[in-house]
Ligand binder design. Structure first.
Ligand code: HMG
Ligand code: MG
Length: 298
């Protein structure tokens, strides 16, 4: 049977806005986080502490973290690639950090400028220091179905990275279809490998909608009992190191499906759609999500 409650992590402020060509003001990022909090999101990926030369869009991470309210019960996470990023992140008091690796060697090189093995060597001290500081550590596994440079990725390679993350003390793994080519059975095959090393409660799905498969992939994971997903309001997003990849599955599309299935999320869909309309307006366009556009047209 499907889970009765699902947790959604809105990654729009990070995965969404990291990919915008236009500069987005820190004040708008702060307001986006606040609107998501008010819409009932209890997990929000706020920003990343990466090189501003590589991803200038996230250069204001400390300012954004300092500007957001920190209501009780809401967990705010940030991406961290190395100790330098961790130290900068720690000063902003995140609840969680996310180390981000890949199942593909080529993507690891393009995205974080090191091999998979080197990335694990970097994540090990970050993970130890974060846990020492009482922070939860999540690991993202990019290219868990396919890589923009290497093509199809075998589930064995997903399992290898998952196992390495487990060995260094990463507490949760997010299995990511970075370029959105995954279809339900392929996604399930990758998820099965993660579930060999992590309990159901510590595995989540992160799906991009490039080929329109993301909602089906969420459903395929629900059938396996997976109850946590990354999603992004208004379908914002992409990855600067995965050309042509579009945004994450839209949070409002997932919420509409989950509520239709009788699954609780704690999220107020109307407030979420208003947020999607607002941030899309800031960016000078319409939301890409079907649910937002349908509800806004009513
Ligand atoms: P590097 O050049 O190999 O790093 O980059 P380095 O250690 O050799 O340092 C070079 C320079 O960067 C130095 O500065 C460092 O101080 C600085 P310089 O002396 O030249 O002035 N530096 C930093 N500055 C700020 N924060 C840091 C930091 N580290 C070094 N943390 C690095 C390695 C990882 C830093 C670089 O490759 C990078 O920043 N990459 C960005 C990757 C990224 O943010 N990608 C997007 C997020 S991942 C994603 O979207 C996928 C996901 O959504 C899941 C999915 O969909 O697949 C999570
Ligand atoms: Mg992503």
């Amino acid at each position: 049977s499907l889970p009765s409650r699902v947790t959604l992590v809105d990654v729009g402020p990070r995965d969404g806005l990291q990919n915008e060509k236009q500069a987005v003001a820190a004040a708008h990022k702060i307001e986006l986080v606040q609107r998501l909090q008010q819409a009932g999101l209890r997990e929000i990926e706020v920003t990343s502490f990466v090189s501003p030369k590589w991803v200038p869009q996230m250069a204001d991470g400390a300012e954004v973290m300092a500007g957001i309210a920190r209501p009780a019960g809401v967990r705010h996470s940030v991406l961290v690639p190395n100790m330098k990023g961790f130290e900068a992140a720690l000063a902003t008091r995140p609840d969680e950090i996310v180390v981000f690796g890949a199942a593909s060697e080529a993507f690891s090189q393009k995205n974080i400028n090191c091999s998979i093995a080197e990335s694990i060597e970097r994540f090990a001290p970050v993970t130890a220091a974060a846990r020492e500081a009482g922070l939860k550590v999540r690991g993202a596994v990019s290219c868990a179905v396919a890589c923009p440079y290497e093509g199809e990725i075998h589930p064995d390679r997903v399992e290898l990275v998952v196992r390495l993350m487990k060995e260094i003390g990463v507490q949760h793994v997010g299995i990511a279809d970075t370029i959105g080519v995954g279809t339900p059975r392929r996604v399930q095959a990758a998820m099965e490998r993660a579930l060999k090393h992590y309990p159901l409660a510590e595995v989540s799905g992160h799906f991009h909608d490039t080929y329109g498969q993301s909602l089906s992939n969420v459903y395929a994971c629900l059938e396996m009992g997976i109850a946590s997903f990354d999603a992004s309001v208004a379908g914002l997003g992409g990855c600067p190191y995965a050309k042509g990849a579009t945004g994450n599955v839209a949070t409002e599309d997932v919420v509409f499906m989950l509520h239709g299935l009788g699954i609780e999320t704690g999220i107020d869909l109307d407030a979420l759609v208003d947020t999607a309309a607002w941030i899309s307006g800031v960016l000078g366009r319409k939301p890409v999500s079907r649910v937002a556009n349908a509800m806004l047209a009513r």
